[in-house]
Design a protein around this ligand. Structure first.
Ligand code: UD1
Ligand code: UDP
Length: 376
């Protein structure tokens, strides 16, 4: 790799791919770096959707996903698989993002080889080890290992300072999800056909307000998912709305949503959308109901009210900005809060204002500069 700074970026799920492709593009375009991509493929098709649209061909693909994978088996296989890649590549930096199993395994494999770790989206904390589970523990463990903490906001930097992380290693960069959103919006602007696949649904639901729904959190599996399904069913009895729900591939999500919501006239249960089509869904939605982390960050940037179906959030910026509201997973509360936004124009317009608490779209370039400045 010559005299360049060698970087291996490790990830495995859809949201990591979305938040890391802008950084990978920036590393590829920067002569200071030799960039390699290692995917665990903890997710398979949902990951591949992002790689395809972003034009990223991984240098190493561990292809680890199995049906109903357990956290410990996946972690063990990821750790040894990534270790082999790092032994072959011998990078100056390992970059991981967020709080997944792949991020934890990537950081740990790097630490075992004394390779410095750059943590993208560092410092998010809900303060509750079980919400989100197991992610709150994952990000704390990655935070204990990382040598460079790229905090998306001042609040996340403050959380790290509160844990006695060395101040010199913490930088506020913004969240790369905003870089990704700008990139995809620009691509759609130049070629609307890449996001035109929802047009049949848009025609079918013409005249109704669209409610976009996603859910997948492990701590919501079981009762929480059933409550969410029942809330969607109840809301869908109105004739002035329609629900578009791209269902996560996790069989424990797909099973309950299919059982509860199939066959309802104004509920479209669809396959996971690729990123341009999901951006289109955000654009046409009146309200988002979600337990996703990434959607909580994208929706404020687009001025879309988000009802967050979780007990806690590590992204308080959306709530503080007034675009997001925590509603938990109680069926009646989800229905009540959704109907309030549908029926009370004042409540709706108070939430439907665009804010950018999560970044300005230049986080990736800042991270490249930090990798260069802190190398060696
Ligand atoms: C993981 C992350 C979570 C992140 C989420 C994004 C961990 C611990 N959790 O959770 O932080 O919010 O990804 O979606 O890493 N599956 C498929 N096809 C796919 C993707 C998944 O069939 O393309 C199935 C898997 O086989 C697995 C299940 O979905 O059985 C769950 O996937 P997994 O990566 O284990 O956890 P997530 O709940 O998706
Ligand atoms: N997303 C997508 N297609 C979908 C649903 C979500 O591209 O059908 C994107 C969404 O825009 C966001 C990310 O996936 O950037 C969020 O992923 P997810 O909710 O799976 O994980 P989390 O963000 O909660 O970790």
């Amino acid at each position: 790799m010559g005299g360049k700074i060698r970087v291996v970026t490790v990830f495995g799920t859809r949201p990591e791919a979305i938040k890391l492709f802008p950084l990978i593009h920036a590393l590829d375009a920067d002569v200071r770096f030799e960039s390699r991509v290692c995917v665990t493929a903890q997710h398979r098709d949902m990951l591949d959707q992002v790689l395809a649209i972003a034009g990223i061909a991984p240098d190493h693909d561990l292809d680890l996903m199995t049906a109903n994978q357990s956290l410990d088996a996946l972690t063990a296989r990821a750790l040894t698989g990534i270790g082999d890649v790092l032994d072959a590549e011998k990078p100056d930096w390992v970059v991981v993002q967020g709080d997944t199993t792949s991020a934890l395994a990537g950081a740990l494999a790097a630490h075992y080889r004394k390779i410095p770790v750059c943590h993208v989206e560092a410092g998010l904390r809900s303060g509750d080890l079980h919400h989100p589970w197991p992610e709150e523990a994952n990000r704390k463990m990655v935070g204990a290992i990382a040598g460079l903490h790229c905090a998306p906001t001042q609040a996340s930097a403050d959380a790290l300072l509160g844990e006695n992380v060395s101040p010199a290693s913490i930088k506020v960069t913004g969240n790369t999800v905003i870089d990704a959103l700008h990139w995809v919006t620009d691509r759609i602007g130049r070629d609307p056909s890449i996001a035109s696949g929802l047009s049949d649904l848009e025609a079918r639901f013409s005249g109704r307000r669209i409610i976009g729904v996603t859910s997948h959190r492990r701590e919501n599996l079981g009762d929480g998912m059933l409550n969410i399904a029942n809330a969607v069913k109840s809301i869908s009895s109105r004739d002035d709305i329609a629900v578009i729900f791209p269902v996560h591939r996790n069989p424990k999500v797909l099973g309950v949503m299919t059982a509860q919501l199939s066959g309802l006239d104004n509920v479209a249960l669809i396959e996971p959308l690729d990123y341009p089509h999901f951006a289109r869904l955000l654009d046409i939605s009146h309200i988002m109901l979600t337990d996703s982390g990434g959607v909580q960050e994208e929706a404020p940037a687009l001025g879309k009210p988000v009802l967050v179906m979780r007990q806690t959030t590590e992204r308080p910026e959306g709530v503080a900005a007034g675009t997001a509201r925590l509603v938990g997973t109680d069926t009646d509360t989800i229905v009540r809060e959704t109907e309030r936004l549908l029926d009370d124009e004042g409540a709706y317009s108070a939430m439907a204002r665009a804010h950018n608490p999560f970044g300005d779209g230049f986080a990736s370039q800042r991270i490249c500069d930090l990798l260069a400045a802190n190398n060696g």
